[in-house]
Design a protein around this ligand. Sequence first.
Ligand code: FIX
Ligand code: ZN
Length: 426
Amino acid sequence: MSATDGGNTLNTRAEIANAVERVCLNTPLPVDVHTHLYSARFGDLLLWGFDELVTYHYLIAEVCRTNRSVSPAQFYAMSKIEQADHIWQSLFIKESPISEARRGVLTVLESFGLDVAGGNPAEYREFFAASTADEHIDRVFEVANAEKVVMTNDPFDDQERPIWESEGPETDERFLAALRIDPMLVNWEGQAAPRLAEWGYDVSADLSGKSTAEARRFLVDWCQRIDACYLAVSLEADFVYPADHSSTKLIDEAVVPACIELGIPFAPMIGVKRQINPELVLAGDGVGKCDIGSVERLCVTHPDCDFLVTLLSRENQHEFCVAARKFPNLKPFGCWWFLNDPSIIEEMTRERVELLGLSFVAQHSDCRILDQLVYKWKHSRRILAKVLTEKYQDIAAPGWQLTEAQIEADVSGLMGGNFLKWIGRA
Ligand code: FIX
Ligand code: ZN
């Protein structure tokens, strides 16, 4: 796209700033590349509403440190409504809801036109109770100005698997599927091998015989069953590739060949330290710096495979950008989990634009609750606008000519449009 395509040139810093903000706040979100959301047909696997929003595991971690009169065990023994009331009182009423996860709840309530100042959970519960899941999905996608989200689909989940087996691919076009295979690379012997054998795949715990060929067949079968747009795994901070570990053999002989055969990216998400505090259950995971060399070796060993990668540690981000400069098959995405906070989103987006231009996916939400799609993107859009305003003003200063249409194309790409083009689904 040339500088003069698509309308009037933006001539002043103010014109650029206004155009960038308008575009970032109003461009439809092409796709949120990683969420834990589900379409309505998955029933109660899709979480939404006030009580789910307020008992998000980020807020469980915060309430367990803020109000120590209730232990984690006592908290988890409560009902969902009791948990929500406890969090609301402890984290919103008794002290300012100033953390990012608490601020997000307020943004959601305001976005639905509810009385935030009133702070009345009964009113909020009544609002959500008045809608069906289908109605609320429509509402959230409209308020968030979102077109698609990618689910996290786990064939090892006994509640989710039968729905795919009986009903086939997703029919709600707003929900793309991604196959999630943690047990295969994290616990092949104890978890994945027995299940695959149970399902008729000729595999063994020691990976002998046809095991990796059969593991590949399992991956291809499931990716085709759910029409997966990528194949994902969450790997701990101590993940190393290659290593004398089943994960290396499975990556080399099953995962990567399946991705190449299907024409979809492999998406390792690296850096979690699982259950550093098991008392917190889902809220008990931590973060660790991972070995960027393992990412580099994955990319150089498998040049015909595309890698969609996110790393959890802030300390990995600069070397991650440098690695992405060296490997065209490596696409960084999102400000994941503990990085999804304004100060770090700004830092990461700035260094990514400076080192990678527009060849990355700026954000994903990781939403576990449908309503979070509203706040996670509302907050990120503003930060993207702040960074891009500065960067566009920087290139306009020596005389480069900018149009709003060009900025729209850039922003849509950064918000996931370039991922859809990359996988041939634009
Ligand atoms: O592995 C993942 O997909 C992580 O995003 C989750 O396990 C994590 O709990 C989360 O939701 C972070 O935002
Ligand atoms: Zn996630």
